[in-house]
Design a protein around this ligand. Structure first.
Ligand SMILES: CCCCCCCC(=O)SCCNC(=O)CCNC(=O)[C@H](O)C(C)(C)COP(=O)(O)OP(=O)(O)OC[C@H]1O[C@@H](n2cnc3c(N)ncnc32)[C@H](O)[C@@H]1OP(=O)(O)O
Length: 219
């Protein structure tokens, strides 16, 4: 079962911690990009490593015992800040920015050098992960959340590193199963298509819809 918690925070405090988390994650993302692309010599690399080790030690002074989890509050809504695709305090997340128009979800993301697979192209696993997130969120947004049971991904053409758009929508439901579809597009058109089935797990089937969205839903 997923970890989630209810934590009441004020709007001012939310604005503050959002800015701090986004700032730190953005800095670390920049560090990752700089690491992939640096051409400096060994001495500069050694000096940079000392700074990085010092920053890591500073952040380690006070840590959560595990993952961030998913937190809810009446004022702040849902905070999935540790999420690997969209989490705003997770530098591993590209991050994908999601917007909702009825049941259609649009994710925008700029994939730089850290997301490379084939030379100059986006890694297929990253594209699958973005689609997993977007399709799962489409099911959740439609009120029928589920865990990914099966995700089919068809890579139609190469996806060049840079800005990409992910679209996702709920196709249909069959009992506890939600079927969602989606695409990845670039300036070249649609590069990837996906469909998936998201299943309300056995342990969540007695829950209210609100609780199911909290415990199963993620995005
Ligand atoms: C939601 C917001 C965004 C989320 C983005 C991120 C999404 C994720 O990454 S989720 C993490 C990855 N997925 C997982 O870890 C899921 C792991 N698997 C599981 O938890 C379970 O196997 C689960 C929930 C999929 C199904 O198990 P369970 O609840 O026991 O289902 P069960 O009662 O056996 O089967 C129910 C139905 O689903 C079908 N089914 C079961 N597993 C699958 C599957 N993997 N694929 C397709 N169909 C399946 C069964 O055939 C059955 O169908 P029918 O009712 O027609 O006979």
């Amino acid at each position: 079962m997923s970890e989630y918690s209810i934590e009441e925070i004020t709007a001012d405090h939310l604005a503050h911690i959002t800015a701090v988390a986004q700032g730190l994650a953005g800095d670390v993302r920049a560090l990752v990009d700089a690491t992939v692309r640096t051409q400096v010599g060994d001495d500069d690399v050694a000096a940079a490593r000392e700074h990085i080790a010092a920053a890591t030690a500073l952040l380690r002074r006070e840590q959560l015992p595990g993952a961030f989890g998913i937190r809810f509050s009446a004022t702040a809504g849902k905070r999935n800040w540790g999420n690997a695709m969209v989490g705003l305090r997770n530098p591993v997340a590209p991050p994908m920015h999601m917007s909702y128009d009825g049941e259609k979800i649009t994710g925008t993301v700029d994939l730089g050098a850290a997301y490379e697979g084939p030379a100059g192209l986006v890694h297929g696993g990253i594209l699958a992960a973005l689609l997993d997130q977007a399709l799962g969120s489409a099911a959740e947004n439609a009120g029928v959340p589920g865990m990914t049971g099966t995700l089919n991904v068809r890579y139609r053409q190469a996806t060049v590193l840079g800005p990409v758009t992910v679209s996702a929508w709920l196709d249909r439901t069959e009992g506890i199963k939600s079927f969602a579809k989606g695409t990845v597009s670039t300036a070249d058109g649609v590069t990837v298509e996906a469909d998936g089935v998201f299943i309300l797990p056995r342990w969540a089937r007695g829950q209210s819809q609100e609780d199911a969205v909290r415990t199963v839903g993620e995005g």
